[in-house]
Design a protein around this ligand. Structure first.
Ligand SMILES: Cc1ncc(COP(=O)(O)O)c(C=O)c1O
Length: 370
């Protein structure tokens, strides 16, 4: 496989342009360096060792994960300073304890006193402490204690005062930047989240509590506001691949997208003015639905084509207008799909084929599960 062109691959195949991955990673590092904030990259988009090495510049330190499967996978391969940034699931306390007792620094996150109670009931061996981040909701509207609720400060205090537990930081994820269009809107949300987080830190300070602070998402960290430099850390992840969604938000250009799905024409259907391709929703995610004039993806180099619908292993492609010129798309010919959502699309592939300028370099194998 190595040295062959990507066109030699069986399809559908997820291909990763390693030069773009390295460029995206380098730009984010430089941006954070300039701001003076620690970058703690999230691994959820790719879940591979190779990409983690690129994102951490080989240090194998200071990462965020969304599942314990990722945490164990990275721990098994010598990574440390891992933050499991998912509100502590009570069925997984023992697995978190094992990682905390094994690594120099394994960190958990919570947003409920019941989770804190579970940690107190499971003291770590030796003189180890649980390292706990408080998840704060600054307008994202998903997990986290609401920044304005008195209970959020009380929970922070309870964590700070609990035996065997240390309040390591406050973590606010600004996923609401995904509703933005353009840099100005992104920066408005980034500024709001930063302000609310820093105000919360001031309130903690008034109680004599000091700890780290972190916000981040790919849109906000692609166009950070200056005040983000007052935070301790940022935690974006998708930026290493980017996708059509990010280009529509304004985080990147379409040329920055490092992952594509190769598919082949497997049928001509002139009675419907359509082509069939061998990529269905098992090969590219459905979440572009209704968001793009070109259907579920952008078909590279063919702005006139639309990925209209998919079943598990089939995709229907039609022209955006006029009759289809079938001579341009012979059976067996390749089309390249740029995914709307790279995290969801990568999740579907057991291996990623890595190339530089279309020449295959090898495979990356992601970890899976929870
Ligand atoms: C808790 C948390 N932190 C960090 C991230 C990374 O953000 P992004 O995917 O925008 O890079 C995510 C993404 O969903 C997240 O859920």
């Amino acid at each position: 496989m190595e040295g062959e062109p990507v066109s030699a691959l069986f399809t559908p195949a997820l291909v990763v342009d390693v030069d773009k991955v390295k460029r995206n990673a380098q730009r984010m590092r430089e941006r954070c360096h300039k701001l003076g904030v620690q970058l703690r990259p999230h691994m959820k988009t790719h879940k591979t060792l190779e990409c983690a090495d690129i994102m951490t510049d080989g240090s194998r330190q200071c990462i965020v994960v969304s599942t314990l499967a990722e945490a164990s996978f990275y721990a098994d391969h010598g990574f440390d300073d891992i933050l499991y940034a998912y509100c502590l699931p009570l069925d997984k306390v023992e697995r978190c304890a094992a990682l905390s007792e094994r690594l120099d620094l394994f960190q958990v996150l919570l947003d409920h006193p019941d989770a804190l109670e579970q940690l107190r009931k499971r003291p770590l061996k030796g003189s180890r402490q649980w390292h706990v981040w408080l998840k704060l909701d600054c307008g994202n509207g998903r997990a986290g204690v609401l920044h304005s609720e008195p209970g959020s400060l009380q929970l922070a205090q309870a964590i700070a005062e609990a035996d065997g537990v240390e309040l390591t930081g406050v973590y606010a994820h600004c996923g609401n930047t995904y509703n933005c269009r353009g840099v100005e809107q992104i920066q408005t949300v980034a500024q709001e989240t930063t302000n609310l987080t820093l105000q919360f830190m001031d309130k903690l300070e008034a109680f004599g509590i000091s700890c780290k602070s972190s916000i981040g998402s790919t849109p906000s960290c692609s166009h950070p506001v200056q005040d983000m430099g007052k935070l301790s850390e940022v935690h974006p992840g998708n930026y290493v691949f980017y996708d059509v969604q990010q280009s529509m938000i304004g985080s990147c250009s379409l040329d920055d997208v490092a992952v594509k799905v190769l598919t082949r024409v497997i049928g001509h259907c002139p009675h419907r003015n359509q082509l069939l391709v061998d990529c269905g929703w098992a090969g590219i995610s459905l979440d572009g639905s209704g968001k793009l004039p070109t259907g579920y993806a952008v078909i590279e180099g063919h702005p006139n084509l639309k990925l209209l619908s998919m079943t598990q292993e089939h995709g229907r492609v039609e022209p955006t207008s006029g009759p289809l010129d079938y001579s341009k798309y012979p059976i067996g010919s390749l089309l390249t799909l740029i995914p709307y959502h790279s995290c969801a699309t990568a999740m579907m592939h057991p291996v990623y084929y890595v190339h530089s300028e279309g020449c295959l370099l090898g495979k990356w194998t992601p970890t899976r599960g929870w």
